[in-house]
Design a protein around this ligand. Structure first.
Ligand code: NAX
Length: 326
């Protein structure tokens, strides 16, 4: 049996946390041979709820779950953490724009970046899920100067999975038959789901769906899916978000399939002409626990326009929080 690894989860008493923790403890994220210790963080008023969640986790008698800690202090929850899933934040409610949340959540990620820098494993792998996820990842990363920038990512895997599902529905195929789909940019209504390089059962997606459907239905449907779910459910996506966190972390740690890539928001290194220093969603391949941005994809004018619009939004968000970026 492998030695247990420490998985810190913030916002553990929230609705994404409630789906996520059971998946981690059952081995869906790191494999059925990897024991885990869960280090749960939430704010003080949620500590009672957190206790209840921990009791339920215990009641599952998960063979891989080797311990649970609960805390309202980031320095305790992140102590020696090998993985840090930053879910805790104020969620978007009906009619609220993500930008409204920028200020409130920026302070949370500043403090958590500092705490990770101080106490987490030097190889910690961090995913920012709490919104605005990309800019929150940037704040955390910039406040953790002793950790490699490669330790930090933000989640656009839910958008990637949503795009796969929409394309599969339209073409009557299975999501597993689609390869080479990319979500570019920010996890927001400006994100750009791109099928230019996608193959469906070996055939170019562009030959199977028309441009008008892509521009007028597919792209807006993926961009607005979060809002559509809030409207229908009265709450933001939780189960699907938790499954996407699992997908993101599993692929990062255990590797992406040889014939495909996934969408991950990572610190831009200037690839595809995107400004450096923002967390931007790129096509990524992972192996040996590291991600690499897929290089060399051709970008046409239609894509470039959309990639630039979502890049601009990230630059604007970065300006708003610049005082928190050392
Ligand atoms: P909930 O409100 O159910 O849970 C959030 C939890 O975070 C609460 O228990 C709260 O007490 C806790 N929290 C608040 N401040 C904290 C802090 N400083 N430290 C630790 N915990 C803190 O929200 P939920 O539906 O679980 O959503 C969590 C976050 O994920 C939201 O920001 C939401 O917008 C974001 N999402 C991001 C997605 C993505 O694709 N990147 C999709 C799903 C989700 O909407």
């Amino acid at each position: 049996m492998k030695a247990p690894v420490r998985v810190a989860v913030t916002g553990s008493a929230g609705q994404v946390g409630y789906s996520l923790l059971f998946l981690i403890a059952s081995g869906e994220m790191l494999g059925k041979d990897q024991p885990v210790i869960l280090q749960l963080l939430d704010i003080t008023p949620s500590l009672d709820a957190l206790k209840g969640v921990a009791m339920e986790l215990e009641d599952c008698a998960f063979p891989l779950l080797k311990g649970i800690t609960r805390s309202d202090k980031a320095e305790q929850a992140f102590q020696d953490a090998d993985y840090a899933l930053l879910v805790g934040a104020k969620p978007r409610g009906p009619g609220m724009e993500r930008k409204d949340l920028l200020d409130a959540n920026a302070a949370i990620f500043q403090a958590q970046g500092k705490a990770l820098n101080a106490v987490a494993s030097r190889n910690v792998r961090v995913i920012a899920v709490g919104n605005p996820a990309n800019t929150n990842a940037l704040i955390a990363q910039r406040n953790a100067p002793d950790l490699e920038p490669h330790c930090f990512t933000a989640m656009t895997r839910l958008d990637h999975n949503r795009a796969l599902a929409q394309l599969a529905n339209r073409t009557g195929c299975d999501t597993t038959q689609i390869h080479g789909l990319t979500v570019w940019g920010n996890h927001s209504s400006t994100l750009y789901p791109d099928v230019s390089h996608a193959l469906i059962d070996g055939k170019a997606a562009h030959d199977l769906v028309d441009r008008a459907w892509l521009a007028n239905e597919f792209i807006p449907a993926v961009q607005q899916r979060g809002a559509t779910i809030i409207k229908a459910r009265g709450q933001s996506s939780a189960g699907s978000a938790a499954c996407s966190v699992i997908d993101h972390m599993r692929d990062w740690v255990l590797g992406t399939p040889a014939d495909d890539w996934v969408s991950m928001s990572v610190l831009s290194d200037g690839s595809y002409g995107i400004a450096e220093g923002v967390f931007y969603s790129f096509p990524c391949r992972c192996s040996n626990g590291r991600y690499e941005i897929v290089q060399g994809l051709e970008i046409d004018e239609f894509s470039r326009e959309r990639m630039t619009a979502t890049e601009q939004e990230l630059l604007d968000e970065r300006d708003v929080v610049s005082h928190l970026l050392p």
